[in-house]
Write a new protein. Structure first.
Length: 302
């Protein structure tokens, strides 16, 4: 690579002003209009190229970087040494770690800024109350519609409740996560709070559903054992399919449709396509079928 500073007769990496002065001085000597030297045209061309590379700050910065790189490569070639791959690798890894650390820091600062702005719209107390109410309402929705009325929207409401429960817990986890992010800007946190919050969210969600299911199963067991009664039910053969039977029964003037997870031949058969069900007095939709072998348990006035 040509060192145009040498062409101008000045020190390598000299200033732009020095380069301009040297160019003006030499162009007056070697310009073909004033010089009869056979090298005048070639010298003038080199001087003009040197001017393009060194007489403006932007061009000089670009040229200086290229010249330094060329010198470095030449030194390595002459000395027979190269920067070892391990050194390059260490430098690259170090730079990468620094970039990742900087990016994480910027992200944390952005999260803090956005969170503090959002608190002006929805203050912390209202936010906490909203999250708690959402979680409680979703759990109540699941609990109340756990026992399905056949043909109703109970199943859909349970699915909606599960979705709202997950959303509410996600909001709660997000609040905790943001708090730790802001805290990590002020002090060092010596545990992986992101993983802990994630595990807590999943575990809390699963345990909540298990608790609701367990409470309802116990409620069914307790009331059908201690607070129950019997009712006549009509079998809906058209709605009943293989593996389950749909029955219709009335308690205190309220009509209930229930899907029993048994075949029709497992039910006690009474006259006119009727059978009997055992229901919980507290909530008649909680019921179970009566088998032919339990017929002696039915009240005589049924």
């Amino acid at each position: 690579m040509i060192n145009y500073y040498k062409i101008l007769g000045i020190e390598t990496y000299a200033s732009v002003s020095d380069a301009k002065d040297a160019y003006k001085k030499l162009i007056k000597v070697y310009h073909p209009d004033v010089s009869e030297s056979p090298d005048a045209e070639e010298m003038t061309r080199l001087l003009n190229v040197a001017k393009d590379h060194t007489c403006s700050e932007e061009a000089k910065d670009t040229y200086d970087r290229k010249l330094k790189l060329a010198y470095l490569l030449e030194i390595q070639r002459l000395s027979g040494t190269r920067t070892t791959p391990s050194t390059k690798k260490k430098t690259t890894r170090s730079d990468l770690r620094a970039k990742i650390k900087k990016a994480k820091l910027e992200r944390k600062r952005k999260i803090k800024y956005n969170y503090e702005r959002s608190l002006k719209v929805l203050p912390q107390p209202y936010r906490n109350i909203g999250i708690v109410l959402l979680i409680l309402w979703s759990m109540q929705l699941i609990y109340s519609h756990y026992f399905f009325h056949y043909g109703s929207f109970d199943r859909t409401l349970v699915i909606v409740g599960i979705g709202l429960l997950f959303i509410g817990m996600t909001f709660a986890a997000s609040e905790v996560y943001t708090k730790y992010i802001i805290k990590s800007l002020q002090t060092n946190i010596d545990f992986n709070f992101e993983a802990r919050i994630g595990y807590s969210l999943v575990l809390g969600f699963i345990l909540s559903l298990a608790a609701i299911s367990g409470l309802n199963e116990y409620r069914e067991y307790y009331h059908l054992k201690n607070h129950y009664d019997y009712a006549l039910a009509t079998i809906d053969y058209k709605a009943s399919l293989y593996g389950f039977t749909v029955v219709k029964y009335t308690v205190d003037g309220q009509v209930y449709f229930k899907r029993l997870d048994v075949e029709t031949d497992q039910l006690i058969k009474l006259n006119n396509r009727r059978t009997a069900v055992k229901y919980a007095k507290i909530n008649p939709i909680i019921c179970e079928h009566v088998t032919p072998y339990q017929g002696y348990l039915l009240p005589r006035d049924l």
